[in-house]
Structure formats: structure tokens, C-alpha cells
Write a protein that binds this ligand. Structure first.
Ligand SMILES: [Zn+2]
Length: 253
């Protein structure tokens, strides 16, 4: 049976462009992506988008971080609503893979109640260390949601068949990971915040925020090497690439 990949747009954020490309001016409106991977042995979600409280009161949820973003997040945009509209049962999600634990990637975790959360061990540890919580802007309420957890170290093949593989892409945060999905149409890597935009990869333009810029550059080089052998790279927050992406219920591939 085939593995299918679907894209869900779970809101948008507007922020200073410099947050995405160091030194850039103006602002940028970016999508908040969530992905569904339908594997014969279970449904996988890659990231969960924003917490529903951001529809009403972002400042109460995010504190000072809220001042950096304008949130475009309406009823129907949250992960539960988007999944239902695409014909998926959120209660049937087996694995919830978090690229990392920032508010726009793990905010919807609470809604994915029956899944096992898959996260890099070092990301989980960083998100439960007081100094690191402050430095990296984590919101523990997003991910301290009680599901069973699989903490992995580096590469992890989710089903043991090479079709859905966590790839360590550290740097944006201490334990960021991307997800390789081996589709019949070819390999696709969901880069998430290891690579915000096309220009991040093409021109190695780092954002103004990176936990470890050197590690992030190494991760970008790894993504470049994959792209060079024909792997499709899906950027984490590229508005132009995103608008060309088929949306669920239509599959990406
Ligand atoms: Zn992030």
C-alpha cells in the first residue's frame, strides 16, 4: 500500500521579515503548516500548529513572544478542524511527530489526545530546562499534555520500512528534527524550521534567531545534499512555495 502525504494550513502569522532572514526589512506573512502522513500501519501527524487560545488572546498564551507576531487564526483553522474537514479522525492519529516544541509547531498537541508524541530527546530536555525555556521561547503548556512519548536520539525510522524517518536537523532549537517521507513519487523532506524559506536553502540565509547558528548551517548543508540527489524539500514557512502546494484532501504525493 502506498504512503500518502497531505498538507493542512493551520493559520498564518505575520512577523518582521528579519525574523526569517537576518537583516531583511519589512514584514512577512507565513503559513503555519501541519502535515498528515497516511501509512498503511498508522496515521502520522507532523506538527500540530497553534493552540486554540491564540484565536482569542495570544498575549495570555505567549507572553512577550506575542508582540512579535500578528496571528491570523480563525475558527476552522485549528488542527482538529482542518483534519476533520479533510476526512481524517484526529482520535486515530497514532504518532504525533514534533519537529520541535515552539508554539506554532506544538500548540495543537493537546488536541491529538491518543497519539504517542515523537520528539528528539535533546529537544524535550531543552524544553524542560528553565534557562532554555526562556532563551528559546518555549510554552510548556503546549507540550506538557500527558500523551505517551517516544524520545529519539538522531535518526529514527518510524515504521522500520524507511518510509517515514525522523532526521536530526539541530540548530534552530537544540533538538529540531525534519521528516523524510518516502513517497512513490519520490523522497520528500518536511524541513520545518531547519529551513524557513527557499532563499534560506538556496542562499544559506540564516534567520535572526537560531539557538546554534553553526549547527543550523550544518543542517542546511545536509538538506542541500539531499536536494542535490533529487529529494524534494518542503520549506517550513515559505508563503510562495506554500501557495503552490496541494491542500488536503488532495494529496501532495
Ligand atoms: Zn521554531
Amino acid at each position: 500500500m502506498a504512503v500518502r502525504l497531505y498538507a493542512l494550513t493551520c493559520g498564518w502569522l505575520t512577523a518582521p521579515r528579519a525574523l526569517f532572514v537576518e537583516g531583511a526589512v519589512g514584514s512577512l506573512r507565513v503559513p503555519v503548516p501541519v502535515f498528515v502522513i497516511d501509512h498503511p500501519r498508522g496515521l502520522v501527524l507532523f506538527d500540530s500548529g497553534l493552540h486554540r487560545q491564540l484565536q482569542d488572546d495570544p498575549a495570555a498564551r505567549l507572553g512577550a513572544t506575542a508582540a512579535l507576531f500578528t496571528t491570523h487564526f480563525d475558527p476552522g483553522d485549528d488542527v482538529a478542524a482542518r483534519l476533520a474537514a479533510a476526512g481524517f479522525d484526529i482520535g486515530g492519529v497514532r504518532w504525533l511527530v514534533n519537529s520541535h516544541l515552539h508554539f506554532d509547531h506544538a500548540g495543537g498537541n493537546v488536541a491529538v489526545a491518543n497519539a504517542t508524541v515523537v520528539v528528539q530527546r535533546r529537544e524535550w530536555q531543552a524544553a524542560h530546562d528553565d534557562a532554555s525555556i526562556a532563551a528559546n521561547g518555549y510554552v510548556p503548556a503546549d507540550f506538557d499534555t500527558g500523551q505517551p512519548r517516544l524520545e529519539v536520539d538522531g535518526e529514527h525510522d518510524l515504521f522500520g520500512d524507511g518510509r517515514v524517518v525522523c532526521l536530526p536537523t539541530y540548530g534552530h532549537t537544540p533538538g529540531h528534527q525534519s521528516l523524510l517521507v518516502r513517497l512513490d513519487s519520490g523522497d520528500t523532506v518536511l524541513a520545518a524550521d531547519a529551513c524557513y524559506l527557499r532563499e534560506t536553502l538556496d542562499e544559506l540565509k540564516l534567520p535572526s534567531f537560531a539557538h546554534d547558528a553553526g549547527a543550523m548551517l550544518s543542517s542546511l548543508q545536509r538538506l542541500r545534499a539531499l536536494a542535490a540527489v533529487g529529494t524534494r524539500i518542503v520549506y517550513g514557512h515559505d508563503p510562495e512555495a506554500w501557495t503552490l502546494m496541494p491542500q488536503a484532501p488532495q494529496a501532495i504525493g
